[in-house]
Design a protein around this ligand. Structure first.
Ligand SMILES: Cc1cc2nc3c(=O)[nH]c(=O)nc-3n(C[C@H](O)[C@H](O)[C@H](O)COP(=O)(O)O)c2cc1C
Ligand code: SF4
Length: 339
């Protein structure tokens, strides 16, 4: 029987329970990626709330990435002390720290976005190196793991999608070629930062005609498994579905996650619309999925894990309105602070 509060051992990673904070962009880093007490306070509160691991908001691997405002960055060695402090704050609470490495888009020297199909092969290699270099910095900072952000139509998600990638070089065309960028990032990180747990967040489907579908997503996940990825978090375009009600329509990527967990022999993490302990535990026990990840419930109540531990019947207060996408520091509209 799986219990939400079992301790679990993953490759290079110990978790005190099966609950993971899914990456959540706060949008309050300085332009150069610097972070301060405002960010530290958010992560301190999250770690105190009892979650087993925190995946940071997306953190750009590039200094030249202007895709979203207030992005964290791990694109320069000068940022290492600030992110090291972030790790220390999270570790105080026996919580694992995983940094989500992402690229929004590639910009040229004139700050103009270069489309996935117009990048030279050399540019693609430069991007792979940026991910590996950021992971090396993450290891120096003391992070327990890195997550490669290949979901939600961020750069890597677009790059592996047949809807977007019409390249004719070694990085385009067949599914193997489109996925090659992920495999090279994975191999580079394994070689250069061997102490890290390496996970990936990937779309189960782009949910768009001509985009990545479930069969292709499983195919890519199997390639990643064979190349040594440590765990996979399942998401999809249509990221934060509204109108979720506890006990009614929880876990909107559950079917895909269950299917994937039968295909790969590594832990699968399922995000998307989990709101009650009963439903989460039922799902874990009827599938091979190992971990559940949460975003909005922890914006609403950073101490939701502690509440679930204390009372099996407690349910998230999050009403899935998505207003927090537009608030300063992505706080919940139902509170002055995040709780
Ligand atoms: C304000 C906000 C910011 C988010 N930022 C990220 C992010 O940085 N990286 C990411 O992969 N997903 C991000 N997401 C998506 C969540 O991680 C999650 O996949 C989605 O909200 C569904 O889970 P939930 O029902 O537990 O919220 C964000 C969601 C919200 C609401
Ligand atoms: S604003 Fe609050 S209630 Fe609405 S989705 Fe965000 S966390 Fe949930």
């Amino acid at each position: 029987m799986k219990n939400l509060f079992d301790a679990v051992e993953l490759n290079n990673l110990h978790l005190k329970n099966r609950l993971v904070r899914s990456a959540t962009w706060e949008g309050i880093a300085d332009f150069d990626g610097s972070i301060d007490e405002n960010t530290y306070e958010i992560y301190r509160e999250l770690a105190k709330g009892g979650v087993g691991a925190i995946i940071t908001g997306f953190t750009s691997v590039s200094t030249n990435d202007f895709y979203f405002g207030g992005m964290m960055r791990l694109s320069d060695n000068k940022l290492i002390p600030q992110y090291k402090k972030l790790v220390e704050i999270i570790h105080v609470e026996d919580c694992a720290a995983i940094i989500q490495l992402a690229l929004g888009a590639f910009y040229d020297k004139n700050f103009v976005e270069v489309s996935e199909n117009n990048l030279s092969t050399e540019n693609v290699r430069e991007i792979i190196k940026m991910f590996v270099d950021a992971a090396i910095r993450a290891e120096i900072c003391g992070f327990d793991g890195v997550q490669i952000h290949a979901a939600h139509f961020f750069f890597l998600s677009r790059f592996i999608s047949p809807l977007v990638n019409h390249r004719t070089d070694e990085f385009g065309g067949s599914i193997e070629n489109r996925a090659k960028i992920l495999l090279e990032i994975l191999r580079g990180i394994k070689k250069s930062a061997p102490k890290l747990h390496i996970t990936i967040k990937i779309n189960s489907s782009d949910f768009t005609s001509g985009g990545l579908d479930e069969n292709e997503s499983i195919f890519i996940c199997k390639m990643l498994f064979n190349a040594g990825i440590d765990s996979i978090e399942v998401s999809g375009n249509g990221t934060s579905v509204g109108g979720i009600k506890a006990g009614v329509n929880e876990g909107y990527f559950a079917d895909f996650a269950a299917k994937l967990a039968d295909e790969v022999k590594i832990p699968v993490i399922c995000v998307g619309g989990w709101r009650s302990r009963q439903v989460m535990e039922e799902f874990l026990n009827k599938t091979r999925v190992e971990l559940i990840s949460l975003s909005r419930p922890l914006i609403r109540e950073p101490d939701f894990p502690k509440k679930l531990f204390a009372d099996k019947n407690s349910v998230s207060k999050c009403v899935s309105c998505n207003a927090c996408y537009k608030t300063p520091a992505h706080r919940c509209i139902f509170s002055g602070r995040r709780g």
